[in-house]
Design a protein around this ligand. Structure first.
Ligand code: SF4
Length: 340
């Protein structure tokens, strides 16, 4: 299996009057051809910044992104290569579709920009892609505002597929849709992937949705990957306390029986992150070591990697909630909590 994207030690720091804002803080990740990698985490954890770096909207402060085995710069030729390697589907189809263009022209736009095919060939290609996402010639003559939210997202997906990219980045692509329409668009993405063998980077704050579509899941917290592995292993083992907390919001019998911890408080400010483990200010298992040492991703077997000093004990249920840590750390657990 070949890599469609390989991200190595990626950092995105923004300058602010109060110091650097660490939106992405040393992420190493890959997506293989034909697979779906789900990227999950709360709002503000850096998921979208990472996605925007992959498609070239944001520039990283440090680290590399290789698409199809090639590192790409910011020149015109690189931008064109990148556009043909990776495309993005945004959360709000209304905001990402030109309201003055008819749907057929919107889907054809990438082909026109890249001067691919004659007018007649482009027309055939547009009708073909439209059919693949469940749109008809009737829809191609409409303007975006004449379509439903689900149909507009189908247009976004069709436009993203026009250049036959190896990777489709879907950033909260179903979050703005009604629940029933969400399922339709998710099934469409799975169907498109199966037929076209395109890889998906599926980004969401909702672990239950990610679990439904992804082969592998990466869990992100405060700019870092804290757990990554096969979807089943991440879901069933919940080896990182943050993954456990995310599952708590999911109405699942098994999860309730497991009495998973509630996730309390806000994500700390990425301008002033906690020392040591970034999750320690919200973690019920935190101890003194967690304030002193940043946990690195460690192989936990079965393809699962977890960034937690006590992942073994937590996974085996041998760790009770720590009662000693506020004294050991020398501060209130919430001392460094600020709004993201
Ligand atoms: S390293 Fe410590 S604070 Fe971080 S998740 Fe593990 S137990 Fe919690």
């Amino acid at each position: 299996m070949s890599r469609v994207v390989e991200i190595t030690d990626l950092k995105v720091y923004h300058r602010t009057p109060h110091g650097p804002l660490r939106a992405v803080d040393g992420v190493t990740l890959h997506v293989d051809s034909g697979e779906t990698l789900g990227l999950v985490g709360e709002s503000g954890c850096g998921k979208s910044t990472l996605a925007r770096c992959i498609v070239g909207i944001n520039r990283p402060s440090q680290g590399t992104i290789a698409l199809g085995g090639q590192g790409l710069g910011s020149g015109r030729a690189d931008r064109l290569s990148r556009a043909r390697a990776v495309q993005m589907v945004f959360q709000d189809p209304s905001g990402s579709l030109n309201p003055r263009l008819r749907v057929g022209r919107i889907i054809a736009e990438p082909l026109i920009v890249h001067r691919l095919g004659s007018t007649a060939q482009r027309q055939v290609r547009v009708e073909d892609i439209a059919a693949q996402v469940g749109l008809t010639s009737h829809h191609l003559d409409r303007f975006p505002h004449e379509l439903s939210g689900g149909q507009r997202q189908r247009v976004s997906i069709a436009r993203a597929l026009a250049l036959e990219p190896g990777l489709l980045v879907c950033d909260e692509a179903v979050s703005a849709l009604d629940v029933s329409v969400q399922a339709q668009v998710l099934n469409l993405l799975l169907d498109v992937q199966d037929r076209l063998k395109v890889a998906l980077l599926f980004i969401s704050h909702d672990l239950s949705v990610v679990r439904y579509v992804a082969h592998r899941i990466a869990v992100m917290y405060l700019g870092r990957i804290v757990e990554v592995g096969p979807a089943d292993a991440v879901w069933k083992r919940r080896a990182h306390p943050y993954t456990r907390a995310l599952t708590n919001a999911i109405p699942d019998e098994q999860v309730r029986r497991d009495n998973i911890e509630l996730l309390e408080g806000d994500v700390p400010s990425p301008i002033n992150p906690p020392s040591g483990c970034p999750f320690r200010t919200r973690c019920p298992f935190a101890r003194a070591r967690c304030a002193e040492e940043v946990p690195q991703l460690r192989d936990r077997g079965g393809g699962l990697s977890v960034a937690c000093h006590f992942a073994e004990e937590i996974e085996q249920g041998r760790t009770a909630e720590a009662t000693d840590w506020p004294a050991a750390v020398g501060a209130s657990p919430n001392a460094s909590l600020t709004s993201a």
